[in-house]
Design a protein around this ligand. Structure first.
Ligand SMILES: CC(C)(COP(=O)(O)OP(=O)(O)OC[C@H]1O[C@@H](n2cnc3c(N)ncnc32)[C@H](O)[C@@H]1OP(=O)(O)O)[C@@H](O)C(=O)NCCC(=O)NCCS
Length: 169
Protein backbone atom coordinates (compact mmCIF):
# COMPACT_ATOMS: atom_id res chain seq x y z
CA UNK A 1 0.00 0.00 0.00
CA UNK A 2 1.07 3.54 -0.76
CA UNK A 3 0.26 6.52 1.46
CA UNK A 4 0.09 10.04 0.00
CA UNK A 5 0.35 12.88 2.51
CA UNK A 6 0.83 16.65 2.28
CA UNK A 7 4.40 17.63 3.13
CA UNK A 8 5.23 20.21 5.79
CA UNK A 9 8.22 22.53 5.93
CA UNK A 10 9.87 19.85 8.06
CA UNK A 11 9.78 17.49 5.03
CA UNK A 12 11.56 19.86 2.61
CA UNK A 13 15.01 18.25 3.13
CA UNK A 14 13.46 14.89 2.12
CA UNK A 15 12.05 16.43 -1.05
CA UNK A 16 15.41 17.98 -1.82
CA UNK A 17 17.18 14.63 -1.29
CA UNK A 18 14.73 12.78 -3.59
CA UNK A 19 15.26 15.39 -6.33
CA UNK A 20 19.06 15.11 -6.08
CA UNK A 21 18.82 11.31 -6.36
CA UNK A 22 16.38 11.40 -9.28
CA UNK A 23 17.61 14.18 -11.55
CA UNK A 24 20.87 12.56 -12.81
CA UNK A 25 19.09 9.53 -14.32
CA UNK A 26 16.16 11.66 -15.53
CA UNK A 27 18.15 14.38 -17.25
CA UNK A 28 21.67 12.91 -17.66
CA UNK A 29 21.16 12.30 -21.39
CA UNK A 30 19.09 15.46 -21.99
CA UNK A 31 20.89 18.28 -20.16
CA UNK A 32 24.53 19.06 -19.39
CA UNK A 33 25.82 18.29 -15.89
CA UNK A 34 26.26 22.06 -15.45
CA UNK A 35 22.62 22.75 -16.30
CA UNK A 36 21.39 19.98 -13.95
CA UNK A 37 23.46 21.43 -11.10
CA UNK A 38 22.25 24.98 -11.87
CA UNK A 39 18.57 23.95 -12.02
CA UNK A 40 18.75 21.86 -8.84
CA UNK A 41 20.27 24.84 -7.04
CA UNK A 42 17.61 27.16 -8.43
CA UNK A 43 14.61 24.95 -7.64
CA UNK A 44 15.65 22.86 -4.65
CA UNK A 45 17.73 25.03 -2.33
CA UNK A 46 16.01 25.23 1.05
CA UNK A 47 15.30 28.93 0.41
CA UNK A 48 13.75 28.18 -3.01
CA UNK A 49 11.58 25.38 -1.57
CA UNK A 50 10.43 27.57 1.33
CA UNK A 51 9.52 30.36 -1.10
CA UNK A 52 7.50 27.91 -3.24
CA UNK A 53 5.55 26.71 -0.19
CA UNK A 54 5.18 29.96 1.76
CA UNK A 55 4.87 32.57 -0.99
CA UNK A 56 3.91 30.80 -4.24
CA UNK A 57 1.16 28.51 -2.89
CA UNK A 58 2.83 25.32 -4.10
CA UNK A 59 1.60 22.27 -2.19
CA UNK A 60 3.88 19.24 -1.93
CA UNK A 61 2.60 15.67 -1.55
CA UNK A 62 4.86 12.82 -0.46
CA UNK A 63 4.35 9.18 -1.46
CA UNK A 64 5.49 6.58 1.07
CA UNK A 65 5.24 2.85 1.59
CA UNK A 66 2.45 2.54 4.13
CA UNK A 67 4.11 -0.11 6.32
CA UNK A 68 7.77 0.95 6.31
CA UNK A 69 7.10 4.67 5.67
CA UNK A 70 9.94 4.56 3.11
CA UNK A 71 9.81 7.65 0.90
CA UNK A 72 9.16 6.92 -2.78
CA UNK A 73 8.74 10.36 -4.34
CA UNK A 74 6.81 13.59 -4.37
CA UNK A 75 4.72 15.93 -6.46
CA UNK A 76 3.90 19.64 -6.11
CA UNK A 77 0.95 21.56 -7.49
CA UNK A 78 -0.65 25.01 -7.43
CA UNK A 79 -4.40 25.66 -7.69
CA UNK A 80 -5.79 28.53 -9.83
CA UNK A 81 -2.56 28.85 -11.78
CA UNK A 82 -2.18 32.43 -13.09
CA UNK A 83 -5.79 33.14 -12.16
CA UNK A 84 -7.14 30.41 -14.45
CA UNK A 85 -9.30 27.37 -13.66
CA UNK A 86 -6.13 25.28 -13.91
CA UNK A 87 -4.01 23.42 -11.41
CA UNK A 88 -0.35 23.42 -12.37
CA UNK A 89 1.74 20.38 -11.55
CA UNK A 90 5.14 21.95 -10.93
CA UNK A 91 7.07 18.82 -10.00
CA UNK A 92 6.69 15.04 -9.93
CA UNK A 93 9.73 12.91 -9.13
CA UNK A 94 9.96 9.32 -7.98
CA UNK A 95 13.20 7.71 -6.85
CA UNK A 96 14.60 5.51 -9.65
CA UNK A 97 13.75 2.27 -7.78
CA UNK A 98 10.13 3.44 -7.33
CA UNK A 99 9.43 4.25 -10.98
CA UNK A 100 7.23 2.08 -13.21
CA UNK A 101 5.16 0.65 -10.34
CA UNK A 102 2.04 2.79 -10.56
CA UNK A 103 3.05 5.44 -7.99
CA UNK A 104 3.17 8.26 -10.55
CA UNK A 105 -0.36 7.39 -11.64
CA UNK A 106 -1.53 7.49 -8.00
CA UNK A 107 0.05 10.94 -7.52
CA UNK A 108 -1.48 12.38 -10.73
CA UNK A 109 -4.88 10.93 -9.81
CA UNK A 110 -4.60 12.43 -6.31
CA UNK A 111 -3.79 15.89 -7.68
CA UNK A 112 -6.67 15.53 -10.20
CA UNK A 113 -9.05 14.66 -7.35
CA UNK A 114 -7.90 17.64 -5.23
CA UNK A 115 -7.98 20.02 -8.21
CA UNK A 116 -11.51 18.94 -9.16
CA UNK A 117 -12.69 19.32 -5.57
CA UNK A 118 -11.18 22.82 -5.60
CA UNK A 119 -13.19 23.60 -8.76
CA UNK A 120 -10.38 23.69 -11.33
CA UNK A 121 -11.21 22.07 -14.68
CA UNK A 122 -7.72 21.42 -16.13
CA UNK A 123 -4.36 20.03 -15.02
CA UNK A 124 -1.37 21.72 -16.66
CA UNK A 125 2.36 21.05 -16.61
CA UNK A 126 5.65 21.65 -18.39
CA UNK A 127 7.86 18.75 -19.41
CA UNK A 128 11.17 18.66 -21.25
CA UNK A 129 10.45 17.64 -24.84
CA UNK A 130 12.94 14.76 -24.66
CA UNK A 131 11.86 13.37 -21.27
CA UNK A 132 10.28 9.87 -21.36
CA UNK A 133 7.70 11.30 -18.95
CA UNK A 134 5.92 12.77 -22.05
CA UNK A 135 4.64 9.25 -22.83
CA UNK A 136 3.60 8.74 -19.20
CA UNK A 137 1.58 11.97 -19.29
CA UNK A 138 -0.05 10.95 -22.59
CA UNK A 139 -1.02 7.65 -20.97
CA UNK A 140 -2.54 9.69 -18.11
CA UNK A 141 -4.71 11.69 -20.53
CA UNK A 142 -2.57 14.79 -21.07
CA UNK A 143 -2.12 16.29 -24.54
CA UNK A 144 0.52 18.70 -25.82
CA UNK A 145 -1.04 22.17 -26.12
CA UNK A 146 2.08 24.30 -26.64
CA UNK A 147 5.87 24.42 -26.78
CA UNK A 148 7.95 26.85 -24.73
CA UNK A 149 11.61 27.76 -24.61
CA UNK A 150 12.26 29.35 -21.24
CA UNK A 151 15.45 31.28 -20.53
CA UNK A 152 16.47 30.33 -16.99
CA UNK A 153 19.63 32.43 -16.90
CA UNK A 154 23.35 31.57 -17.09
CA UNK A 155 22.90 30.77 -20.80
CA UNK A 156 20.56 27.83 -20.06
CA UNK A 157 17.20 27.17 -21.73
CA UNK A 158 14.33 24.86 -20.85
CA UNK A 159 12.92 23.30 -24.02
CA UNK A 160 9.46 22.21 -22.93
CA UNK A 161 6.06 21.01 -24.01
CA UNK A 162 3.10 22.40 -22.14
CA UNK A 163 0.71 19.50 -21.59
CA UNK A 164 -2.83 19.66 -20.25
CA UNK A 165 -5.48 17.24 -19.08
CA UNK A 166 -9.11 18.38 -19.06
CA UNK A 167 -11.13 17.11 -16.09
CA UNK A 168 -14.78 16.69 -15.35
CA UNK A 169 -15.84 18.78 -12.37
C1 LIG B 1 7.43 10.15 -14.80
C2 LIG B 1 7.04 9.40 -13.53
C3 LIG B 1 6.51 10.38 -12.48
C4 LIG B 1 5.95 8.38 -13.88
O1 LIG B 1 5.59 7.66 -12.72
P1 LIG B 1 5.65 6.05 -12.69
O2 LIG B 1 5.24 5.60 -11.36
O3 LIG B 1 7.00 5.64 -13.19
O4 LIG B 1 4.56 5.67 -13.80
P2 LIG B 1 3.38 4.59 -13.56
O5 LIG B 1 4.01 3.29 -13.23
O6 LIG B 1 2.39 5.16 -12.60
O7 LIG B 1 2.75 4.54 -15.03
C5 LIG B 1 1.39 4.86 -15.30
C6 LIG B 1 1.07 4.44 -16.71
O8 LIG B 1 1.93 5.16 -17.62
C7 LIG B 1 2.68 4.23 -18.41
N1 LIG B 1 4.02 4.77 -18.58
C8 LIG B 1 4.87 5.18 -17.62
N2 LIG B 1 6.03 5.60 -18.17
C9 LIG B 1 5.89 5.42 -19.51
C10 LIG B 1 6.75 5.64 -20.62
N3 LIG B 1 7.98 6.16 -20.48
N4 LIG B 1 6.30 5.34 -21.87
C11 LIG B 1 5.05 4.84 -22.04
N5 LIG B 1 4.19 4.60 -21.02
C12 LIG B 1 4.63 4.89 -19.77
C13 LIG B 1 2.71 2.96 -17.61
O9 LIG B 1 2.92 1.83 -18.44
C14 LIG B 1 1.34 2.96 -16.96
O10 LIG B 1 0.38 2.50 -17.88
P3 LIG B 1 -0.91 1.65 -17.37
O11 LIG B 1 -1.75 2.62 -16.59
O12 LIG B 1 -1.52 1.19 -18.63
O13 LIG B 1 -0.38 0.55 -16.51
C15 LIG B 1 8.26 8.63 -12.92
O14 LIG B 1 8.67 7.61 -13.83
C16 LIG B 1 9.44 9.53 -12.63
O15 LIG B 1 9.54 10.06 -11.52
N6 LIG B 1 10.36 9.69 -13.62
C17 LIG B 1 11.57 10.46 -13.43
C18 LIG B 1 11.30 11.92 -13.12
C19 LIG B 1 10.53 12.63 -14.21
O16 LIG B 1 10.79 12.51 -15.39
N7 LIG B 1 9.56 13.43 -13.77
C20 LIG B 1 8.74 14.23 -14.64
C21 LIG B 1 9.32 15.58 -14.78
S1 LIG B 1 8.30 16.64 -15.80
Amino acid sequence: MITITPATEHDLPIIRAIAYQTWPSTFGEILSAEQIEYMLGMMYSMDALKTQVNEKNHVFLLAQESDSQTYLGFTSYEFDYKGQSKSKIHKIYLLPASQGKGVGKLLINKVAELASAHGNDTLSLNVNKYNKAVQFYERMGFVVVNSEQIDIGNGFLMDDYVMEKPMKI
